[in-house]
Design a protein around this ligand. Sequence first.
Ligand code: NAD
Length: 494
Amino acid sequence: MSDLVRYKCLIGGEWAEAASGEYFESFNPYTGKPWSLVPRCGEADAARAVEAARAAFLGPWRSMKPTARGALMRRLADLVAAEAERLAAIEVRDNGKLYAEMASQVRYVPQWYNYFGGLADKIEGAVLPTDKAEVFNFTRSEPLGVVVAVTPWNSPLLLTAFKVAPALAAGNTIVLKPSEYTSASTLEFAALFEKAGFPPGVVNVVTGFGAEVGDALIKHPKVAKVTFTGGERSGRHVYQTAAGGFKSVSLELGGKSPNIVFADARIDNAVRGAIAGIFAASGQTCIAGSRLLVQDRIHNEFMDKLLAFAKTAKLGDPMRSDTQVGPVATLPQHQKILDYIEVAKGEGARCVLGGGRGSGPDCGEGWFVQPTIFDDVSNKMRIAQEEVFGPVLSVIRFRDEEEAIEIANDVLYGLASGVWTEDMRCALRMSERLEAGTVWVNMYRAVSFMSPFGGYKHSGLGRENGQDAVRAFLQTKSVWINMAETVPNPFVMG
Ligand code: NAD
């Protein structure tokens, strides 16, 4: 008998095995060993979950007043707050990120359910003027129906909140599909919906692989919208599949974000911003500042300080408070990062820090990569163009503002960017010209439930967070009412 924790998925308020009865193992990246078993759902489970969500949408959820819906969401927020540390520890066991980071993320998650819960009863239509005599015209903002939310492994509950909170506020029901690498925290979180008093079927969770249960969900004819966060390749596939059923789609994809340091910047602050941008979460964030653009004039001084600081990074057990860099989340990801390091060396980039597998007494059997910095990178190199999703920084020099913009925008992605300067005119010009959904000036890596987040170009479609995020889960209906006593003869025009 295995001593692994055995999870079930949640369909229509019932905890269930996959129809096939199959499970797969989930691994702890710090020990390299499996710790839990997760149901391997497929097409039949996807169909059951969508039917349950559709029944809840047409039944108890639709008849619930928006104020009551909002109150349930706020109750959920309180339950998440009370369980934040337990949920965060589960996330660390699955994705290996630092407990300190995951705990602060999960403690932040309730804000999404409070904020969007507060919006649930503020979704308004409009009365419109018309050019028709004796006609009254108004709009209703209505939910779409069943929403499928697909999430990646790096920040499971935070990225779930980006999707679930506005979708519920708008009156939709949901089928969640977490990453196959990090299903546990989403399943534990799902149990809180029942505790909060949500009707069964409003939120369902099916687990398994993208090509199996994920694909089946997206193809299901009763799904109205797909909201996806993940890699560019999967995102393209999801977009194309959803197009077959004319489903509404939002995509949050990858990035190759420029973090740009001008010569007049406060160097010590910019060094901190550069380090936070790439080594936090071992570089496994979509907004990683993986291209560091440094103005020629300060390049040498900046690099000395950057290297001195980066060398102090302590690798180790992600649960320990003195660890600064944890393992990477998956074995394939570990190999992919090491492969990219070899690609960069082969392309002629100069490795000035790290450049290999992380090891040492505190690393155990974990999947570690050394914090790695390449200098003298050209923006044409693959290491500057492709998302590595690991602790690998490419340093690129620039002469002036014009060249900084040219380099910064010369990638397929456009998720985020950072600008370090004391010249606010320069900062404003840069923020106008950077092709990115987020520009941070003299800071890096901030997100909030209050502020729109999303990508330009291949980094995605649509925006999450902020009040408008609710609109992405609504459709508008125009209602026309004839107030005249008689309907005109249709054979007489004019
Ligand atoms: P991934 O694309 O491999 O997987 C993401 C999710 O999509 C998983 O749940 C996976 O099972 C599912 N999936 C994969 N193929 C599918 C298919 N054919 N049909 C349906 N679902 C499918 O990404 P990942 O490796 O888990 O996460 C890392 C990627 O996510 C990086 O590229 C990162 O930049 C991106 N990301 C983006 C954001 C953002 O907000 N823009 C945030 C975090 C991560």
